[in-house]
Design a protein around this ligand. Structure first.
Ligand SMILES: [Zn+2]
Length: 862
């Protein structure tokens, strides 16, 4: 029996008093000393960093106690770093200390901790007050792929918050629970009433059919799964910083108070935003931010977002881009409330152009392009008016009519806005409102010979759609003056434009024209070649949409431009996958390992967890057999003291196998000189020593051959690539491994990922269709018999299939890298019905793409 604890013994009393002095309450200080191990751990932390004369508040002191109890594996530098973070109040709660220790444990020894990443991993600076919780929780619930349907879903939602990626996990757990209970009461009535009702229903249902399973139970886990088609949308950028400071709907100034009334009558005070891409190319990584800001801002505030195709240039559009853009927006987790086209408004815009002219605020100018440039000072001087500026209104109206009737050739005439030539802002120098274009338009056919410019169209479409916040990138700052001038000149509702900095990623190659060249000259596979940075390429490579969102959210949204390093992007993807991707054993360059001292039919079932830290992901079963494959990297002919894997006479552990093996001999291929077989002894008798290192393996009889494993490196040899970029393409930027093998659980995992993705996507799509006002192609208003009606098949449509692809199968090849399945693969079992046990089929072709490496530098080695 341990000796009785005496708080008054001199030794204990002095320790208690020391701990009290540091800020602990008497009771906790005594309790700590009563547990000798904890007490000593705290004392040694105090000694290590000479904290004895400090005075903390109780919370800080408790955080230090928690640190002392859990940081045993850390080096002094890492521990010291966390002590500092606790002292300055960055790390407060016990959850944060746990996260901090976990982060520091993963930090490679000898390298300083990256504070920014540390802060993110530990929720530093996230301060969610009780008052903010209801709104945040509602928004969180609405982002779940399957909303809770009753009180039974409460614990799943709480669990999802705790283990998930949302900032809510850093909020006070008690407050979260109580706020959530309030929301559930609003949704489903009181808990007691719901329980009584469920009981009554169960009794009556027992006679007829089984009670429905609460669906919410799976919601939170699938929301985080790496195969998910409904990424969790981070909210921090809308809660703090630039995007949190915007006006409330209706507060944006108008030239006439009536306009505000009409606006609010339409929007009912909701936030309305739009994402307005030109349908003339595939979206690239820079657009992720714009999509997230436009859609996310409205979603965060319970508002609506239009996907508006800015199709005012008839020459630039191509049908395939409409569908691709809609798919991309949805793949990133957002649903347009409505899909519109600037061309829907051509009639209204034309009438406004006439009205503007009538008001004496526009005129038809027939100066040549060169003259117009010269009049505008050639970018140096102040502009001068041309002879048309003060022509009579009637004359301009007549000429505009002639432009409309196709009586002018292209560039023969333009309608210009009569703005302010004395302004310092070139956007105010009588910009062009309408120009002549004789090409037929994708939707309106040959109805128009004149087309509005971006500057004329954009603000007026925002006005028509009652946009409350018109969010765009900083290069539009100077355009804001003309944007507002035009709305005021016509006395129409005026949205407020806000500008944020673009996402610039170093080493990315985004020019449409240049990528088209690479594609046409077959230097890349297609627009979605995983070495490119179009969003379809990122998708094909296997980058999860949630990883892109969390990357943008970690960078934050500000007004100052910066260029982000590609390593930072990859590290963000890596940490996202670290949490969400299951693990499989896979061998890239297999060597056969034969265990000599077991029978030929030796077979031991082994359970391998799919994720070491997420037991909920489950396990898969494999067999440990006489012959297994290991990676060529894990064997050396010459041993050395700092090497812990397999070498002649040396032992190594095979992950989750019951015993380690010791290498007894090996043989080489006489032709290549490469080691091709290793013979080992199973150390299953006597005093088994614990292995110093564990390596992955795949049993030979059940191994699945992978046709191709594709590793990607930067596409160009130089950064940035030279003007003659085509000759700079690195032929080794695509590296293909053709001998890799993987455990049979690959099929199980693939089928589950695809089935889950399909189900989730169907539900999400059903919900989206219900909530949006997107018309089916048949309902949309193509002018009958017109060019547009011939293009009906090009109308983008919302489908469940567009969110599901081979890339939803993502996993970590243990100790190798993160991989996804390439769209060129064929895996027959994915099309079989749910109950059929998945396995290899004739004609299967498995191609894997490496998404990212496991560590920043291991890319060089591979
Ligand atoms: Zn002129």
């Amino acid at each position: 029996m341990p000796p009785k604890f005496d708080p008054k013994s001199p030794e204990n009393a002095s320790l208690i008093s020391l701990f009290q002095g540091l800020g602990l309450a008497e009771k906790s200080a005594t309790e700590l000393v009563r547990q000798p191990k904890s007490g000593l751990a705290f004392k040694s932390l105090v000694d290590e960093f000479s904290l004895e004369n400090n005075k903390y508040d109780e919370k800080t002191a408790s955080a230090l106690v928690k640190l002392s109890a859990s940081s045993g594996k850390l080096g002094p530098a890492e521990r010291g770093f966390i002590v500092k973070k606790i002292e300055i109040g960055d790390i407060k709660s016990s959850d944060q200390v746990t996260a901090a220790v976990k982060y520091a444990e993963g930090n490679p020894a000898g390298t300083p901790i990256n504070e920014e990443e540390f802060n993110k991993a530990c929720g530093v600076g996230i301060d969610i007050t009780a008052a903010q919780l209801p709104e945040l929780l509602r928004s969180y619930i609405s982002s779940l792929p399957t909303a809770p349907e009753n009180w039974a879903g409460l614990s799943a939602v709480l669990g999802g918050i705790r283990s998930g990626a949302s900032d809510l996990k850093w909020a006070n757990a008690g407050e979260v629970k109580s706020s959530l209970e309030t929301i559930f009461t609003e949704l489903f009535g009181t808990k007691e009433a719901a329980q009584a009702a469920a009981k009554a229903q169960a009794t009556s249902a027992a006679k007829t059919k089984p009670a429905p399973k609460p669906k919410a139970a799976v919601a939170s886990s699938s929301a985080e799964a790496s195969s998910s088609t409904s990424p969790v949308i981070p909210t921090n950028i809308f809660r703090e910083g630039f995007l949190s400071d915007f006006h409330k709907p209706g507060e944006n100034p108008q030239i006439n108070p009536k306009l505000k009334e009409q606006h609010l009558e339409f929007t009912k005070g909701m936030v309305y935003t739009r994402f307005p891409p030109e349908p003339n190319g595939y979206l690239h990584i820079g657009h992720v931010k714009a999509i997230m800001v436009d859609f996310g801002y409205a979603k965060f505030h319970g508002g609506r977002t239009y996907l508006r195709f800015d199709d005012t240039n008839p020459e630039a559009e191509e049908g395939r881009y409409f569908q691709s853009i809609l798919e991309t927006v949805r793949w990133l987790g957002f649903e347009p409330w409505k899909i519109t086209y600037s061309s829907d408004n051509f009639d209204q815009l034309y009438q406004w152009a006439v009205e503007l002219t009538r008001r004496g605020k526009a005129y038809v100018c027939t100066c040549s392009a060169e003259k117009m440039k010269a009049d505008r000072g050639l970018g140096k001087g102040q502009p001068v008016p041309c002879e048309h500026r003060d022509r009579p209104i009637e004359e301009s109206l007549r000429e505009f009519e002639r432009m409309k009737n196709g009586e002018y050739p292209e560039q023969g005439a333009a309608l210009r806005m009569k703005m302010d030539l004395s302004s310092g802002n070139p956007y105010m120098w009588d910009g062009v409102a309408y120009r002549v274009k004789l090409a037929p338009h994708h939707r309106t056919g040959d109805k128009w010979k004149i087309y509005p410019t971006y500057d004329f169209t954009h603000c007026l479409c925002d006005s028509i759609e009652n946009i409350s916040h018109s969010l765009c990138t900083v290069e539009f700052i100077p355009a804001r003056e003309s944007y507002e001038w035009l709305c005021d000149a016509l006395e129409v509702y005026k949205a407020r434009q806000y500008e944020f900095a673009r996402l610039n990623l170093q080493g990315t190659f985004l020019s449409k024209r240049k990528i088209a060249k690479l594609v046409n000259n077959k230097l890349v596979k297609d627009w979605d070649d995983p070495r490119l940075y179009t969003i379809i390429a990122l998708r094909r490579r296997g980058i999860p949409p949630g990883a892109l969102l969390s990357f943008v959210s970690d960078l934050g949204v500000t007004t100052s431009e910066s260029v982000v390093e590609i390593q930072r992007f990859e590290s963000s993807v890596r940490s996202y996958l670290e949490e969400s991707a299951p693990r499989l054993m896979m061998v890239l360059n297999p060597i056969k390992l034969i265990i000599e001292n077991v029978a030929d039919d030796y077979r031991v079932p082994v359970q391998v967890p799919l994720h070491p830290k997420v037991p909920a992901m489950g396990t898969v079963e494999t067999s440990f057999t006489k012959e297994v494959y290991i990676d060529a990297e894990d064997f050396r002919e010459e041993d050395s003291p700092d090497y812990f894997r397999l070498a002649p006479g040396k032992s190594v552990g095979l992950f989750k196998a019951p015993f380690p093996v010791t290498c007894t001999s090996y043989s080489k291929d006489p032709v290549t000189g490469q080691v091709n077989e290793i013979r080992c002894r199973l150390e299953d008798t006597g005093n088994v020593k614990k292995a110093k290192a564990y390596i992955q393996w795949v049993n030979v009889p059940e191994s699945i051959k992978i046709d191709e494993v594709r590793y990607f490196k930067p596409l160009f040899r130089s950064d940035p690539p030279p003007a003659d970029f085509e000759s700079d393409v690195n032929p080794e930027s695509l590296e293909v491994y053709k001998n890799a093998v993987i455990e049979p659980a690959f099929y199980e995992l693939s089928k589950k990922a695809i089935l889950d993705a399909r189900k989730e996507s169907e539900e999400r799509t059903k919900k989206a269709k219900k909530e949006s006002s997107i018309k089916s192609p048949e309902e949309s208003k193509a002018v009958e018999g017109s060019e547009a009606s011939k293009h009906l098949e090009d109308e983008p449509v919302v489908t469940a299939e567009q969110l599901v692809g081979m890339e939803n199968i993502r996993f970590q090849g243990m100790r190798l890298a993160y991989f996804s399945v390439d769209r060129e693969s064929k895996i027959g079992c994915l099309d079989e019905n749910e109950a059929t046990k998945p396995g290899k089929k004739d004609g299967d072709k498995i191609i894997l793409n490496r998404i990212v490496s496991l560590k920043e530098d291991s890319g060089k080695k591979a």
